[in-house]
Structures are given as C-alpha cells and as structure tokens.
Design a protein. Structure first.
Ligand SMILES: N[C@@H](CCC[C@H](N)C(=O)O)C(=O)O
Length: 290
C-alpha cells in the first residue's frame, strides 16, 4: 500500500465525516483504523467515516452495481457498521460531484440500506430519497438520569427511538447511550432522538447516535422524527394522499423532510466539503495495531 492515503473532510448540518476515496476497495479499514481516524484529538476527527468504493469492488454492494456505480461503505466513529446515514449520503454525493464522478441532477448511490436517489441541486442543497419508514408496534421507553419518556420505534433502515420532550435541555448531557426498554426492541442498539415542538410543521431535536455519541445532526434521525411527529399529530400521507413536510432544526442547522403519499421520504439539506489531505499510512498502521 502507498505510504499516503488521500482523505477529505466534510459535513452535513455539522454531522461530520472523514471521507476516504478507495474506488477499488484496496484500503484495509478495520474498526480500530476507523476509530483512530475519527478520533478528534489523535486523528482527523469525525462522527463517522465515508469509505467511497465502486459497488462492483465491494462484496456487500456488487449486487447493486448495475443500478449504482458507487457504494457508501459507512462506518460510525467507533468503527461499527451502520445500515444507513442520511447526512452521510448527501456528503458522499457532494464528494462524487467534486471528484468529477457526478454532476448536478440525479445520482444513484448504493448503501447497506439499498440504492438511494440523490439530487444535487443548483443552489447547493442535496435531496435524498430515504425510502419508507417502518414503525414496529410496541411501547418503548428511553431514560436519561432520573427522567424517562415513552418513545416511538421508527426504522429508517437503521433503528431510532423518538421521544417527545417539553424542553431539549431535559435530555441532559447525553454523555452515554440513553438506556431503553424493552431490550428486545433494539437488539443491535439504537439512535435516540429527543424532540421539542417549535410551531406548526416545525420541530427541533437532539440526538444520541449509536456508535458516535451526541452529534450535531442525524439525517435518518430527522426523518424518523418527522414521521413520528406526523403520526402523533394524526397525519399519515399514505392514508390521506396529502404530503406532509416538517422543518427539523438540529444543533448544526436545519433539514426539511417530506413524507409523500406513497410513503417515500425525501430529505433536503446542505452538504459541504471543507478540506482534503493525506493520511500517513504508517501512523494509521500504528494506531490500528496499538
Ligand atoms: N448520522 C447518520 C446516522 C449514522 C448511523 C447511526 N449512528 C447508526 O448507527 O444507525 C445520519 O445522518 O443518518
């Protein structure tokens, strides 16, 4: 392997990512390497990592290669794997545009959650077709310290627990994953969103992400929040035929989420590349084996 590995740094509403272009899937990125790169003091720093691989070159994506040339091999900041990352896929598309692999307009991206259609707009916004939400039955409770809230179980390809709170400050410091019950609701862990109303069609959230901790934004989380809020408010576009749109404020910005009558959810927000450079492969080797 070369002694230098190219990387970029980007964010979507301040959900930030280390981007590692690796078209032929030649770079070994075990969990310890990802955690080292995402470390904010000893590494580059990021909530997660976007490994950019041609679908045909990745065993998890080769079946999608006919539909989508590029696979977003997404990793959480602790090195764990997740099914989908909504902010990540916008930033991934922005990287492809910058690298000359995509132009304004529509683009298909393979993810572990299936092929997603991304629209790169002239004004700089990026819209993603996030698929449909699944809302499993059953009551869920999440807690922080002495406080507990009922939560809505929403699956956006990855798992979410959405709790409505009177005040986002009630979620406390969110330094560790909020406990939930029953354990069987989320056998692989969960992303927890705390939501407060801001006005008609307008909410704000804080999120504790599985594998990353509290982050400044979560795209799949914002979609889960929009659907949970719609159902709480008695709105279901699949029943009424009327689309529902929510503005979702996150600590790092604003996302706009629309659920269409066919159940498809679209998310629009910014995606920014802020830097590019080279990783020292010897450092990465040492950090990985430490
Ligand atoms: N920040 C992401 C979600 C990333 C994955 C999540 N932490 C998980 O483990 O499911 C987003 O923008 O959706």
């Amino acid at each position: 392997m070369s002694t230098r590995i190219a990387f970029l740094k980007g964010h979507g509403t301040e959900n930030d990512f280390v981007i590692v272009p690796d078209p032929e899937n030649a770079i070994d990125l075990p969990p310890a390497a990802v955690a080292a790169l995402c470390d904010r003091r000893a590494g580059i720093g990021g909530d997660g990592l976007l490994h950019v691989v041609r679908s045909a070159a990745h065993p998890e994506a080769e079946g999608m290669a006919a539909e989508a040339e590029w696979f977003m091999d997404y990793r959480n900041g602790d090195g764990s794997i997740a099914e989908m990352c909504g902010n990540g896929v916008r930033v991934f598309a922005r990287y492809l545009q910058r690298a000359g692999h995509a132009t304004e307009g529509d683009l298909a991206v393979a993810t572990r959650g299936g092929v997603k259609t991304v629209h790169l707009a002239k004004n700089g916004d990026v819209t993603v077709g996030m698929g449909r939400a699944v809302l499993p039955d059953g009551d869920v409770t999440v807690s922080v310290g002495e406080r507990s809230w009922p939560a809505r179980n929403v699956n956006m390809g990855n798992p979410h627990a959405v709790a409505f709170v009177d005040d986002l400050a009630h979620a406390g410091d969110l330094l560790s994953p909020p406990p939930f019950s029953p354990a069987a609701a989320y056998p692989d862990g969960v992303n927890v969103e705390f939501v407060a109303d801001r006005g008609p069609g307008h909410v704000a959230l804080r999120v504790h992400e599985r594998g990353s901790g509290e982050t400044r934004s979560c795209g799949t989380g914002a979609c889960a929040v929009a659907v949970a809020t719609a159902r709480r408010d008695g709105a279901d576009p699949t029943a009424t035929g009327t689309p529902v749109t929510y503005t979702v404020d996150v600590p790092g910005g604003t996302l706009v989420i629309t659920e269409r009558p066919d159940g498809e959810i679209e998310m629009t927000g910014p995606a920014v590349i802020v830097a590019e450079g080279e990783i020292d492969a010897a450092w990465l080797d040492a950090a990985t084996s430490a």
